[in-house]
Design a protein around this ligand. Structure first.
Ligand SMILES: Nc1nc2c(ncn2[C@@H]2O[C@H](COP(=O)(O)OP(=O)(O)OP(=O)(O)O)[C@@H](O)[C@H]2O)c(=O)[nH]1
Length: 298
């Protein structure tokens, strides 16, 4: 070896011959293009090391294969192309490749009533795998929403009825008096508790899907729940939100069922995991429900 030859340890034989399931890099900073937006993302890229005798993989080859993310819209086709490059650059060493991309989707959401709008952040994680020529993509999306407890609402209504009995017993009912009573906190003595909640939707896409249907999944999920958290809010919007919550009282079980049933209608989905977490204001712990569904083969 002369002074200009660089030692290549990866090309050496391993002292302990053992194949490895996954070798790669985690936490790589990359820009990605989704729905016309350039987003900051973090990637995990790796391959299997099938040859137990080989000392190491070629990390630079995986890293450089990610360069295309900078100027090509993220799609299942692009992910497959990158994974194929991971494998092609590790011929004889690897039969499986994976790429995970975490970012925050920013969507501009209109207010419920006023002409305002604001940005909402949806954390997403995209996991792609190519193994023995079988390719698949999974999307993980977190969607914040509001949930009002149906049990608490019923208990509050009962207290209001009781207050009505106490205040109006043996009195002639007059319209103006009842209207004023309904608008007072002496009349409406109790309110139900509600909480900010999070739905985590994990979707395995059908092989035929060639776009990442992130936006449509988020829209379908929010429509099914009916109580998406808001961005810019004036009083008119807050009142509409109160109505939406009152019309969509939800235990965590209700939310999980609504989401799962709504998303199952999408032809893009091969399998689905839904997990909802209601960060209870009644308790110091969370109420959680999960649902798993796999589309039956036709
Ligand atoms: N395999 C491996 N490489 C590592 C690790 N930590 C850092 N690296 C470095 O990653 C760098 C890139 O490795 P390679 O892709 O094999 O680089 P290279 O040999 O110049 O590139 P090729 O000629 O394409 O093989 C090297 O400098 C390694 O030392 C590790 O834990 N495992």
């Amino acid at each position: 070896m002369n002074a200009l030859t660089l030692p290549d340890v990866a090309a050496q034989a391993s002292r302990q011959a053992l194949p490895l399931d996954w070798v790669g890099m985690c936490g790589i900073a990359v820009p990605v293009l989704i729905d016309g937006q350039r987003l900051n993302a973090i990637a995990d890229a790796g391959v299997s090391l099938d040859d137990g005798e080989a000392r190491g993989i070629h990390m630079s080859r995986l890293y450089l294969a990610l360069e295309v993310l900078e100027n090509t819209a993220l799609s299942p086709r692009l992910l497959r192309r990158i994974l194929q490059q991971f494998l092609d650059s590790h011929a004889g060493l690897s039969h499986a490749a994976s790429l995970g991309i975490r970012t925050d989707l920013l969507l501009k959401r209109p207010a419920l009533v006023s002409p305002l709008a604001g940005w909402k952040r949806y954390p997403i994680n995209i996991e792609a795998q190519l193994k023995n020529d079988v390719f698949h993509v999974e999307l993980n999306i977190q969607i914040p929403y509001s949930s009002t407890c149906p049990c608490s609402a019923a208990l509050a209504r009962q207290l209001i009825q009781q207050q009505f009995v106490d205040d109006f017993a043996n009195k002639a009912l007059d319209h103006a008096g009842i209207l004023a009573w309904l608008g007072s906190s002496q009349g409406i003595v109790a309110t139900p508790h509600s909480q900010r909640s999070t739905a985590t939707v994990n979707v395995k896409l059908n092989a035929s899907v060639d776009e990442l249907p992130l936006l449509s999944f988020i829209n379908e999920a929010e429509a099914a729940l009916g109580t998406a958290v808001q961005t810019a809010v004036k009083r008119a919007d807050e009142q509409a939100f109160a109505l939406a919550n009152g019309q969509n009282l939800m235990f965590c079980e209700d939310a999980a069922r609504r989401l799962s049933m709504a998303l199952r209608r999408s032809p893009d989905i091969a399998s689905l995991d839904v997990r909802v977490v209601h960060a209870e204001s009644l308790h110091a712990h969370d109420a959680v429900a999960q649902s798993r569904w796999v589309r039956e083969a036709l």
